[in-house]
Design a binder for this molecule. Structure first.
Ligand code: SF4
Ligand code: ZN
Length: 274
């Protein structure tokens, strides 16, 4: 996942997973003098929730001697997650928030000149997403995903998930044993019904059939090995709105932003395409 001279942008929210990841990478990095770590934090604008997390993230960065780069939805996109929740848009808040966060982290990583983006997805996150994609009828997303997301065209910074083989329970245990301070309050908008049902199902199955989460992850890995080379890379264009690479005329985030906050800059043809 990592080269000895990488500049790693670690996505740090202030939760147990991201602070565990940051702590472990900082320990590893000490053996590689040409590598560098910068924490990247995103302020989605969630009142009564994100402020505390950002404060914990900042304290941890200070303690570990890591620079922190913070970007906010308000500055980047002109809206906050709280603003989005106010509008009845037909999708869950996480659908919007997740797409905007990916874009915000990409922007932040590009600003600091990072060569890798490390996110703290754990085994539970990964297997939940595999089942979610199956239940949404989107198997290709399983093939395109994985522990290392490298763009063969070189337009996106490589994303890595160093904790993707670690069960969530073990990360909690590590965080407690290492004495990490982390946010324990859940996001007030984070109520994805289908993901919650999948989480309960997988935990129930794991309790009855130990190892089932690993098996599911390995199954997806084998499918990727067999099928990823057969998928030709799709053609990339510059998003007409923001210039970021996309397979359509507008990137996913810009399409979402237009639906949240329609702007007159969009021409009728683009609107029809959306
Ligand atoms: Fe955004 Fe959903 Fe995460 Fe809350 S739980 S920060 S709404 S993605
Ligand atoms: Zn765009």
């Amino acid at each position: 996942m990592l080269a000895h001279d990488d500049h790693i942008a670690v996505a740090v929210s202030g939760g147990k997973d991201s602070l565990t990841l940051l702590t472990l990478l900082v320990k590893m990095e000490q053996r590689f003098p040409r590598s560098k770590i910068t924490a990247v934090s995103v302020d989605e604008g969630i009142d009564g929730y994100r402020d505390e997390a950002l404060q914990i993230a900042a304290e941890t960065c200070r303690r570990l001697g890591v620079d922190q780069h913070v970007v906010s939805y308000k500055e980047l996109f002109g809206v906050t997650t709280d603003d989005i929740v106010q509008q009845e848009l037909g999708k869950t808040p996480c659908s919007y928030c997740g797409v905007l966060r990916r874009k915000a982290i990409n922007r932040a990583a590009a600003e600091i000149g990072a060569t890798k983006i490390a996110t703290a997805h754990n085994l539970d996150d990964e297997v939940q997403t595999i089942l979610l994609n199956m239940l949404h009828g989107d198997p290709m997303r399983i093939i395109r995903s994985g522990p290392i997301l490298q763009d063969r065209r070189g337009r996106f910074i490589t994303r890595i998930k160093p904790l993707c083989d670690i069960p969530e329970k073990e990360i909690v245990l590590y965080a407690y044993l290492a004495g990490l301070k982390f946010q324990t309050v859940a996001c007030p908008h984070g109520n994805e019904a289908l993901r919650n049902d999948i989480r309960s199902f997988l935990n129930y199955m794991e309790q009855k059939h130990a190892g089932i989460k690993f098996t599911l992850e390995k199954t997806a890995e084998r499918l990727r090995e067999q099928l990823s080379a057969t998928i030709p890379p799709s053609e990339l264009h510059d998003c007409k709105n923001c210039g970021d690479p996309t397979t359509h005329r507008l990137c996913e985030a810009c399409v979402m932003l237009e639906s949240i906050n329609p702007r007159p800059s969009i021409d009728p043809l683009t609107a029809a395409f959306i």
